[in-house]
Ligand binder design. Structure first.
Ligand code: PXP
Length: 238
């Protein structure tokens, strides 16, 4: 689970509540596999001190989402999360709106990917499900790619069944290709109870990262119930 938006709600009032660490503990207690958090340049959701507190509070692997900057590299090396997922970051965007241009940014990404990997951090690249990006991830020796499922999720919002199927099929095809290239494929962005199962059913996908919907649902049913239901839906689809 991506716990960023628990922190977004906390930050709306500038205090300590709700604490993303408490969310991480609940995720651990109900069978979540890992915690994902994105430390943004503008600290709009989790903050620097949250990272250490999350790591101390649970044994779940931490996946740190980060921009490819010197500042974030230094923070990642200091905290040594289980994994670091490099994402594109624009200050003015509402969320991570698309995948990283791993192909175009090879020279910027290479030293960061290699330094993270040299320090035992599993590197993931958040990319579009495109062959060109997968090949670029392979050239960078990334252990993992996470496919951005935003287009798939948007097609669902539009109720466009053909586009939903096209997007799902593209993700499935690229997941297969990733495994052939010895890269572990993950996926995430915009996943909900309604759209998660066709993605969870793609056998090659080893991990889904889900955040905003779960936090929204938790307002109505509680985080524990929301995470359990998502987990059940995912397991049922496998
Ligand atoms: N994976 C990555 C790399 C992300 O940046 C995000 C958040 O944008 C997510 C997964 C989770 O997306 P969502 O909050 O829409 O579930």
């Amino acid at each position: 689970m991506n716990i960023d938006h628990v922190a977004t709600i906390r930050n709306a009032r500038g205090g300590d509540h709700p604490d993303p660490v408490r969310a991480a503990e609940i995720v651990a207690s109900v069978g979540g596999d890992g915690i994902t958090a994105h430390l943004r340049e503008d600290r709009r959701h989790i903050r620097d001190d949250d990272l250490k507190r999350i790591q101390e509070a649970t044994d779940l692997p931490l996946n740190l989402e980060m921009a490819a900057t010197e500042e974030m590299l230094e923070i990642a090396l200091r905290h040594s999360p289980h994994a670091a997922c490099i994402v594109p970051e624009k200050r003015e965007e509402r969320t991570t709106e698309g995948g990283l241009d791993a192909a175009g940014l090879h020279n910027t990404l290479a030293p960061i990917v290699w330094k993270l990997a040299d320090n035992g951090i599993r590197v993931s690249l958040f990319i579009e499900a495109e062959e060109r990006q997968l090949e670029a991830a392979s050239r960078l020796n990334a252990a993992v790619v996470e496919f951005h499922t935003g287009e798939y999720a948007h097609a669902g919002l539009d109720g466009d069944e053909d586009r939903i199927e096209r997007e799902r099929e593209r993700i499935a095809r690229m997941a297969k290709l990733a495994v052939e290239m010895k890269i572990e494929p993950h996926a995430g962005h915009g996943l909900t109870y309604e759209n998660v199962q066709p993605i969870a059913a793609i056998p090659e996908l080893a991990e889904l990262n889900i955040g905003h919907y779960l936090v929204g649902e938790a307002v109505f049913v509680g985080l524990e119930t929301a995470v359990r239901r998502m987990r059940d839906l995912m397991d049922e689809a496998r």
